[in-house]
Design a protein around this ligand. Structure first.
Ligand code: UDX
Length: 442
């Protein structure tokens, strides 16, 4: 079996490498020549733990190849996967499907034998049907089926999520396509991974419903965290107390500065639009989006409050720019809004992130980029942790106190414990838990 993967971003490259790990021949196609040349030379354009080794092993075995020649790859493929970007359309939140339509037209021109065209990218409900119409119009002679096979990969754990998924979702309406997709996922069949076969529209909606429900859990716990702060309750105990209920589940109940990334923000906005376009507005998802947007703006206000109401001319150390740890992706990261607001309020901002700074330098100005967390904290009036990178979990608190002008730490990810920080003599502010003063001031 041969697969052509169109698009070599987070979804395409990880999916291609994992399918080749299953023993399948995969040809990755991208229109950017230098990207393909880099991949052939073993340069991985994204930071994803374990991806470089997986690509290298399968490239060496000959199962994984790279090309800019879409026509050749598609003409030889049994399955063509569309893993191109579907960003939020500027201004209105609809998914921008221009890359999908362009890829579908190129694929239509290149189909030879019976081919299954799979949408891997997150696409609005009904997109599979439209792709089918495009191909039929361009190639009435073509023998093909369109399938929806959404991915549920989290950046930073994408390979594990792919090789050990909770489930595989396949939307199709032909037995021949089902045979081919079953063969593609046979290695997971063997592991008895649940594979849900349904129709295309339902599979497309499952993807949006999954992401928006996860985002709903996050906005919900963030609102409860606000309540904890005014009531003097502890959000981590609330999350544990509700999460142990099997009907709720413990995951995605970590209160923080709001969700970012290339998926939740765009998929929640897109679902709002899809619901509106179909005259069934989603009040819940509308609220999830608003809670998240408002929250990001609120966060810098907490840093100002920790500095007695003014940060003009003050030095602020910011730890974390990526939208989550173990990735270099900064798309819609809460850090971006927070840093911009701190700069506007007159602060001297010093930033450190293990992986995201290169990307961030192209969109954030007027800050100082540091090569370590401690460098950022030299003579700072306050240090704030926005992304929960592991290296921020065991900072040398005694060393930090000597570096900082004032022992103020604003922890947006509840990495540290209030009691511990009080013992160490910090003014410690976190999410959904009581603020603490240095023990000496008790
Ligand atoms: C998400 C989905 O999890 C994945 O299934 C889908 O395929 C793509 O989108 P991803 O965006 O890579 O994956 O990261 P995820 O781990 O889901 O985190 C998304 C955002 O939510 C991050 O900003 C993270 O900090 C935030 N988050 C996550 C919380 O604030 N609290 C949580 O408990 C979990």
């Amino acid at each position: 079996m041969k697969v052509a993967m169109i698009g070599t971003g987070y979804v395409g490259l990880v999916s291609a490498a994992c399918f080749s790990e299953f023993g399948i021949n995969v040809t990755c196609v991208d229109r950017i020549d230098e990207k393909i040349r880099g991949l052939i030379e073993g340069h991985i354009p994204i930071y994803e733990p374990g991806l470089d080794a997986l690509v290298e092993n399968n490239t060496r075995s000959g199962r994984l190849t790279f090309t800019t020649d879409l026509k050749d790859a598609v003409s030889k493929a049994d399955i063509v996967m569309l893993a191109v970007g579907t960003p939020s359309r500027r201004g209105d939140g609809h998914a921008d499907l221009s890359y999908v339509w362009a890829a579908a037209e190129e694929v239509a021109e290149s189909i030879n034998n019976y081919t299954v065209i799979v949408t891997k990218s997150t696409v609005p409900v009904g997109t599979g049907e439209k792709i089918s119409q495009i191909i039929k119009r361009m190639r009435p002679d073509a023998n093909f089926d369109v399938v929806s096979n959404p991915e549920f990969l989290r950046e930073g754990s994408a390979i594990d999520d792919f090789l050990r998924p909770d489930r595989v979702v396949v939307g199709l309406d032909s037995d021949r396509a089902k045979e081919l997709m079953s063969a593609l996922y046979r290695p997971l069949f063997i592991r008895e991974t649940p594979i849900i076969f349904t129709d295309t529209k339902t599979a497309e909606l499952i993807k949006y419903a999954a992401n928006t429900f996860l985002a709903t859990k996050i906005s919900f716990i963030n609102e409860i965290a606000n309540l904890c702060e005014v009531l003097g309750a502890n959000i981590q105990d609330v999350a544990k107390g509700i999460g142990l209920d099997g009907r709720i589940g413990e995951k995605f109940l970590n209160a923080g500065p709001g969700f970012g990334g290339s998926c939740f923000p765009k998929d929640t906005r897109a679902l709002v639009r899809i619901a509106e376009d179909n005259n069934t507005p989603s009040h819940i998802v509308n609220a999830v989006v608003k809670v998240n947007e408002d929250r990001k703006a609120q966060m810098s206000g907490r840093i100002v409050a920790a500095c007695d109401g003014s940060i003009d001319g003050k030095s602020i150390a910011v730890l974390g720019v990526t939208f989550k740890p173990n990735t270099d992706d900064i798309r819609e990261s809460p850090s971006l809004d927070i840093i911009r607001d701190l700069v506007v309020r007159g602060a001297n901002v010093k930033v450190y992130d293990p992986e995201g700074m290169e990307e961030a330098k192209s969109i954030i100005d007027d800050v100082t980029w540091c090569s370590t967390a401690y460098e950022a904290m030299v003579d700072a009036n306050v240090v704030t942790i926005i992304t929960e990178w592991n290296e921020f979990r065991a900072l040398d608190l005694k060393r930090i106190k000597l570096l900082l002008k004032e022992p103020i730490l604003v922890d947006f990810r509840n990495i540290y414990r209030p009691e511990e920080m009080s013992e160490e003599g910090f003014y410690y502010y976190s999410i959904g838990r009581p603020d603490v003063l240095p023990k000496t001031e008790k």
